[in-house]
Design a protein around this ligand. Structure first.
Ligand SMILES: Cc1cc2nc3c(=O)[nH]c(=O)nc-3n(C[C@H](O)[C@H](O)[C@H](O)COP(=O)(O)O)c2cc1C
Length: 440
């Protein structure tokens, strides 16, 4: 409509800009004013009193830092968005969600994003997670898989099979180290049919592949999709993620955990290199740090269903007296990390010196995505809120997450202890002794 005071007619055009920095980010261009609203893209972590980018030198370092934190991991998506912006008439101002409005040096900022993203997107390992926008449950399932991949520190590119042109699609799939594909409609329209053809033709033999049910109601069977993905001898990153009903809490958890398994395949070499890089003396000295042996358990009832998880932990320490609090260091790619957000509750099970091997053996097993980690383990139901108390634990502490401090490879979870009890006041806590500090 026309603004009654300014007389400018506003006409908005929307540009899909996935991953910048949310999977569903959309830019809005006002043809009346030439302003492009970009949400997080081209932003800064802070706003000063300067409304516009009058002094580029003053904000350039922060502009770079912000890019590195939020946009760099999605460099390909940045290039995709810039390409879509090229199709617009002249942009007068980029109006960001936070940070100065970019008007006086717009060319400079756009060039920066273009250069940095081109540098970043050459030769980097990434997983292409395909989805069909607004088809079945693709949007949320693909985002859960992408989140899981990101947890392992691997790069992800979400690819909308409907909105990506053939050339772009072919490049995104062909250059990926891993490709994840949803089931598609058994009777796709001609355009989608062509996209699927492009996708299959772009696959390379050395890629990791995975598939998931879109649960669109009229899908190609997932086994047929999975076998087409492997037709050149590709390796399966995770078993087909079958969804037989409207997805519930555990389905999203399963997708996230499958994504993490895939991400770990892509970052394996980096992880091994990091483990080898510690200095030998320092490494042995660090190994003399010791902790107890614990099992962290969590269970949440969500409107969609029950989600639960567990992990063996030794990086646990009391951290406050009043109120009583403790910290647990949780690796960023741990499955249970998703259940340890601020305000979530969990249980710290303290293991016994004279009886902990069996529990360690059980919880250190490699569980498939979404597996029930408590199957076959004795638990005391209802003893604590937040998670199962293990029948063979020496003591338990019921905790609530208060704060998460981000470290390089672990989250330091600070939690208040709300309840607790001891099963046997005579027994002592199992202690973990290590030789070296580069693993648990
Ligand atoms: C003795 C020991 C202590 C561990 N302590 C921790 C810990 O404090 N924090 C952590 O994130 N992982 C720790 N781990 C690794 C976890 O037990 C983890 O569950 C396991 O590697 C499986 O990963 P997942 O739960 O993501 O599938 C420890 C492992 C062992 C063997």
């Amino acid at each position: 409509g026309t603004n009654p005071t300014s007389g400018v007619a506003h006409r908005f055009e929307f540009l899909s800009a996935p991953n910048l920095h949310w999977p569903d980010t959309i830019f809005s261009f006002d043809h009346g004013t030439g302003i492009l609203y970009t949400c997080d893209a081209f932003g800064l972590h802070y706003c000063s009193r300067e409304l516009f980018d009058t002094d580029p030198g003053a904000i350039a370092p922060d502009f770079r830092f912000y890019y590195d934190c939020l946009m760099g991991p999605n460099a390909r998506s940045v290039l995709q968005a810039l390409k879509r912006m090229d199709g617009l008439p002249e942009i007068s101002t980029v109006a960001v969600g936070h940070g100065p409005l970019l008007r006086h040096h717009l060319g400079l900022w756009l060039d920066d994003y273009r250069t940095w993203s081109s540098e970043r997107s050459t030769g980097e390992n990434y997983a292409a997670v395909c989805y069909l926008s607004q088809y079945g449950f693709c949007d949320r399932l693909s985002q859960a898989i992408a989140r899981g991949i990101g947890k392992a520190g691997a790069a992800v590119q979400l690819v909308d099979l409907r909105a990506t042109d053939a050339q772009e699609l072919s490049a995104l799939i062909g250059e990926a180290s891993a490709v994840v594909v949803p089931t598609w409609p058994a009777r796709p329209d001609a355009e989608l049919q062509a996209s699927i053809g492009t996708l299959l033709a772009a696959l390379k033999p050395k890629q990791w592949v995975g598939s998931y049910d879109a649960f669109g109601g009229d899908d190609e069977p997932i086994d047929a999709v999975a076998s087409q993905l492997r037709s050149l001898g590709q390796k399966t990153a995770f078993e087909p993620l079958r969804v037989h009903q409207v997805p519930g809490g555990n389905d999203y958890q399963r997708c996230e955990e499958a994504g993490t398994d895939l991400g770990q395949l892509l970052t394996k070499e980096k992880t091994i290199a990091a483990m080898k890089s510690l200095d030998a003396d320092l490494d042995k000295a660090l190994g003399r740090l010791s902790g107890g042996l614990y099992v962290v358990t969590a269970r949440q009832e969500t409107p969609e269903g029950t989600r639960s998880s567990a992990m063996v932990a030794s990086w646990v320490s009391q951290a406050s007296f009043e109120p009583p609090g403790l910290t647990v260091a949780v690796a960023k790619d741990r499955a249970i990390e998703a259940l340890l957000q601020v305000d979530d509750r969990f249980v710290l099970n303290i293991l016994r010196e004279d009886n902990h091997q069996e529990l360690l053996r059980h919880f250190l097993k490699r569980f498939p995505p979404g597996a029930d980690r408590f199957a076959g383990v004795s638990t005391l139901e209802g003893a604590a809120t937040g998670g199962p108390v293990l029948g063979d634990a020496l003591a338990y502490l019921g905790c609530r997450v208060v704060q998460r401090l981000e470290g390089p490879d672990h989250w330091i979870i600070y939690a208040e202890v709300e309840q607790g009890n001891v099963a046997d006041t005579q027994a002592s806590t199992a202690v973990h002794h290590r030789k070296v500090g580069n693993h648990y």
